[in-house]
Write a protein that binds this ligand. Structure first.
Ligand code: HEM
Ligand code: HEM
Length: 389
């Protein structure tokens, strides 16, 4: 059994690569669709969905490795010539699909992997080699672009595989020629060599169009201002961030609440004052699980679109802190936020951090196991305010 290809036959290595890839792709395509469609409304459903995604990603990374090895091998080999090159449209179509399949074998797993590396949390790849990728930052923009590429090119891969299999079946049942036997048993069938760059160029054009589509899908929708709006009080917030971190399946996930207003009344002479913060919970982001964070189990943004924190500021001598009540998803809980204040002329910079227990607000009540979602949520506030004239 020859290992190498000849102009009339596929060798055993090329055939082993072909059928191994076919098997893995035909398993991972439906797995991706099923995992993406699975609900995640309960703790058990989320755990099952995450497990399936972990299998999908691990298999996908394995496919990537096999695909690279296969492509390197193909580069060293002659490609058996088509049996009916006279049928120009058919040959063009078949070869364009072959190029599209080769390109998909790189773009599909790589885009999935980049998406995975650019978001935090959720289903890990089941291996000890880490979850990030060099040169891929954790970033919403990168994640969205990679997700769009993965989405578009999985559809293109599906269409290419469907055309490819239909073509193979046509050779068996209509043409009754040796095309399939060449790829299954390796039986030689001499074709007529013909080399045209057109199929490769057509596949590249298709991919360029696919990237264009992915680009337009991932272009960020205009969002509401991420800056805190000005509030009443004698200090006006100029810039600020409100972020939080929680452990999900052992890995820390960063969240953000970008839209809020703060009414601050503060007397530097006494170091006392009051603060009232209103937070738009509908704008919350939390890595790959933003939709879930907005759901009824967590921020419940549909029924509780606003959270408030009303507190008194106590002076530096007693340890600077804002002590009051946080109302989140309709539940009122006493909260103390220790902070530091750095005055600079008419402005002052404040940073504070505190740790909350999500259970105090009935958040994620169904998730009683801390290994899935941690109980402790670290909240960080940083803002610069200017004293009103
Ligand atoms: C189970 C369904 C499949 C069948 C029946 C099938 C059949 C075939 C046959 C008969 C050939 C040889 C064509 C020729 O000699 O001109 C071929 C080539 C090829 N197949 Fe498949 N295939 C299947 C699935 C796949 C999948 C899932 C992929 C990859 C995603 C794939 C990628 C390729 C590539 C890239 C070639 C060209 C190899 C070359 O000449 O370099 N096939 N396939
Ligand atoms: C050749 C290998 C792969 C194939 C055939 C494949 C296929 C798919 C498919 C069909 C979907 C469903 C898309 C939809 O919503 O319609 C999907 C989703 C997804 N895949 Fe893959 N995938 C592969 C590799 C990977 C890899 C290596 C990773 C990560 C390491 C990955 C991560 C994901 C993620 C995170 C989603 C969900 C995206 C979303 O939320 O919209 N995939 N994949």
């Amino acid at each position: 059994m020859p290992t190498a290809n000849t102009p009339a036959s596929y060798g055993s290595v090329a055939r082993a690569f072909h059928w191994l890839t076919a098997l893995l792709i035909l398993a991972n395509l439906p797995l991706g669709v099923i995992a993406a469609e699975m609900p995640f409304d309960t703790a058990e459903a989320l755990a099952r969905k995450a497990q399936l995604f972990s299998v999908h990603k691990t298999l996908g990374v394995a496919i990537f490795a096999v695909a690279l090895a296969r492509i390197l091998w193909a580069l060293t080999q002659p490609r058996p010539a088509p049996l009916h090159p006279g049928r120009r449209l058919e040959t063009f179509l078949a070869e364009t699909v072959h190029w599209a399949l080769y390109l998909s074998l790189v773009v599909v797993p790589l885009s999935g992997w980049v998406h995975h590396a650019a978001v935090e949390g959720f289903a890990p790849i089941l291996w000890p080699l880490g979850q990030g990728l060099p040169f891929v930052p954790v970033s919403d923009a990168v994640a969205q672009a990679a997700e769009a590429v993965h989405w578009v090119f999985t559809k293109l891969l599906f269409a290419s595989v469907a055309l490819h299999v239909l073509g193979a079946l046509k050779h068996v049942f209509i043409d009754r020629d040796g095309t399939l036997a060449r790829m299954t048993r390796g039986t030689p069938s001499a074709g007529t060599p013909h080399r045209s760059p057109a199929p490769m160029l057509a596949a590249l054009a298709l991919f360029a169009a696919g990237f264009g589509l992915a680009w337009s899908l991932s272009a960020p929708a205009p969002t509401e201002t991420a800056r805190p709006a000005a509030g009443a009080g004698n200090w006006q917030v100029e810039t600020g961030t409100l972020t939080f971190a929680v452990k999900q399946m052992g890995a820390e996930v960063q969240g953000s609440l970008p839209v809020w207003t703060a009414d601050i009344t503060y007397d530097p002479a006494t170091g006392t004052g009051t603060v009232k913060v209103a937070i738009d919970t509908t704008q919350v982001t939390l890595g790959a699980v933003t939709d879930q964070a907005k759901g009824a189990d967590f921020f419940a943004t549909a029924s509780h679109p606003t959270a408030t924190f009303t507190a008194d500021i106590s002076p530096a001598g007693t340890g600077r802190q804002a002590k009051g009540t946080l109302t989140l998803r309709g539940v009122e809980t006493p909260v103390t936020l220790p902070f530091t204040l750095t005055p600079d002329g008419d402005t002052a910079t404040m940073t504070g951090t505190t740790t909350l227990d999500r259970r105090d607000f009935g958040m994620g009540a169904a998730y009683t196991d801390e290994s899935q979602i941690g109980f402790a949520v670290t909240v960080q506030v940083a803002l610069t305010a200017r004293k009103a004239k």
